[in-house]
Design a protein around this ligand. Structure first.
Ligand SMILES: NC(=O)c1ccc[n+]([C@@H]2O[C@H](COP(=O)([O-])OP(=O)(O)OC[C@H]3O[C@@H](n4cnc5c(N)ncnc54)[C@H](OP(=O)(O)O)[C@@H]3O)[C@@H](O)[C@H]2O)c1
Length: 300
C-alpha cells in the first residue's frame, strides 16, 4: 500500500519552490507546497525554511518539525511564529562542507600568496615576483568552530601543509594534524593565528565576536576570512584594523545586511574581498534526504 503523502510547507521569504520544487516532485510520498497554495493548512506536518518571516509558521497548527535548508538555524529561530517544543532540524550536507573547504582554501591562498597585489601588478604590466614566503608552513591558520564545516576546512588545509589550530568551547573529536584549543586558551589561539577563518555559528555568544579586541590579539598583519554570519563582525572595527595595518586583508562572504547595500564601504575597500554569501550552498538532493531522514526518525 502506498504511504500517504507528507505535506511540507515552504515557509520562507525566498522563492524556495524554484530551487527545491522539482527535487521534491521526484520524491514519492513527499509533497512540497508554496505558502500561497496550501488548501488545508491543518494537514501540513512539516515546514522547510531558511529566513522565514515573523508569521511564516502561524498558519500551520499541526507542525511536527521544521527543517532548515542551511547549516545554521539562526535565520529561523528569530521568527516569532516558530512553534516551540518541536524539532528544528538543520542540514548536514557533506557536499556543502566540501564547497566551504574549497572556498576557504582559495581565500587562504589569496591572502598567503598576495593575490590582490599580483592582480594590481598585472594591471600595470609589472613582473612583481616576491620570492620567499610561499611555503604553507609559514602561515598559521586558526579556525573558529570545528563542526561540520570547520572540520572539512581544517582537513583540506592540513593536506596542503598548513599548520592548523581550532578553537571551540568544548574539546572536539581529535582531527589528525589539527591542534585543538578551547576558550580558556583563546589568547594563545589568537596570538598564533596568521589567517583566521570564522565558521562558528551565530549565537548570542558569537554576536560581535570579531571586534577590535580580537583583531588586536592577532599578530600584526594577520588576515580574516569571515564565513560565519554577518552579525559576528563589528564592521567599523574591521575597517579600522585594516586602515591601521593591524590586519593585512579580509575576505567577507557574509554580512549583517544581505545583499550588501550598494553604498557600503566594504565594496571599495582595497583590502577587502567581498563575495555574496556563496562559500557553500546546500545541494537540493541533500535537503530532500534530510527531510526524508528526519521524518523517518520522527515516525520511528
Ligand atoms: N558562508 C556560507 O556560505 C556558509 C555555509 C554554511 C554554513 N555557514 C556558517 O557556518 C556555521 C557553522 O556551520 P557548521 O555546520 O560547521 O556548524 P556546527 O557543525 O554546529 O559546528 C559549529 C562549531 O562551532 C563551535 N562553536 C560554537 N560556539 C562557539 C564559540 N562561541 N566559539 C568557538 N567555537 C564555537 C562548535 O563547538 P563547541 O560547541 O564545542 O563550541 C562547533 O565546533 C553556520 O552556523 C553558518 O553560520 C556559512
Amino acid at each position: 500500500m502506498a504511504r500517504p503523502c507528507k505535506g511540507v510547507a515552504l515557509c520562507d521569504r525566498l522563492d524556495l519552490m524554484r530551487i527545491f520544487g522539482a527535487h521534491f516532485e521526484a520524491e514519492p510520498g513527499l509533497e512540497l507546497h508554496s505558502p500561497d497554495r496550501v488548501e488545508t493548512p491543518d494537514e501540513i506536518e512539516f515546514a522547510l525554511a531558511w529566513r522565514p518571516g515573523p508569521e511564516a509558521f502561524a498558519p500551520y497548527p499541526n507542525l511536527r518539525a521544521v527543517f532548515s535548508i542551511a547549516a545554521g538555524t539562526d535565520g529561523i529561530t528569530v521568527s516569532r511564529s516558530l512553534p516551540r517544543g518541536i524539532p528544528l532540524i538543520r542540514l548536514r550536507d557533506p557536499d556543502q562542507a566540501l564547497q566551504m573547504a574549497g572556498f576557504a582554501v582559495f581565500q587562504v591562498l589569496w591572502h598567503h600568496r598576495g593575490m590582490a597585489d599580483l592582480l594590481t601588478a598585472q594591471t600595470h604590466h609589472e613582473w612583481a615576483r616576491t620570492p620567499g614566503g610561499a611555503s604553507p608552513a609559514r602561515r598559521r591558520i586558526g579556525i573558529l568552530g570545528l563542526g561540520h564545516m570547520g572540520r572539512q576546512i581544517a582537513r583540506s588545509l592540513v593536506a596542503l601543509g598548513y599548520p592548523v589550530t581550532s578553537l571551540t568551547r568544548s574539546p572536539p573529536e581529535p582531527e589528525p594534524g589539527v591542534a585543538h584549543l578551547t576558550q580558556a586558551d583563546r589568547a594563545a589561539f589568537l596570538a598564533r593565528t596568521d589567517i583566521l577563518i570564522n565558521v562558528a555559528p551565530m549565537t548570542e555568544e558569537t554576536r560581535g565576536l570579531l571586534d577590535r579586541a580580537l583583531f588586536d590579539a592577532l599578530p600584526r598583519g594577520a588576515a580574516l576570512i569571515q564565513l560565519g554570519r554577518g552579525g559576528q563582525l563589528v564592521e567599523t572595527d574591521l575597517i579600522d584594523a585594516l586602515d591601521r595595518g593591524q590586519l593585512s586583508g579580509a575576505s567577507l562572504d557574509v554580512f549583517a545586511t544581505e545583499p550588501l547595500p550598494k553604498g557600503h564601504p566594504f565594496w571599495d575597500h582595497p583590502k577587502i574581498l567581498v563575495t555574496p554569501h556563496v562559500a557553500g550552498e546546500p545541494e537540493p538532493k541533500a535537503v530532500v534526504e534530510n527531510v526524508r531522514r528526519g521524518m523517518e526518525e520522527l515516525d520511528a
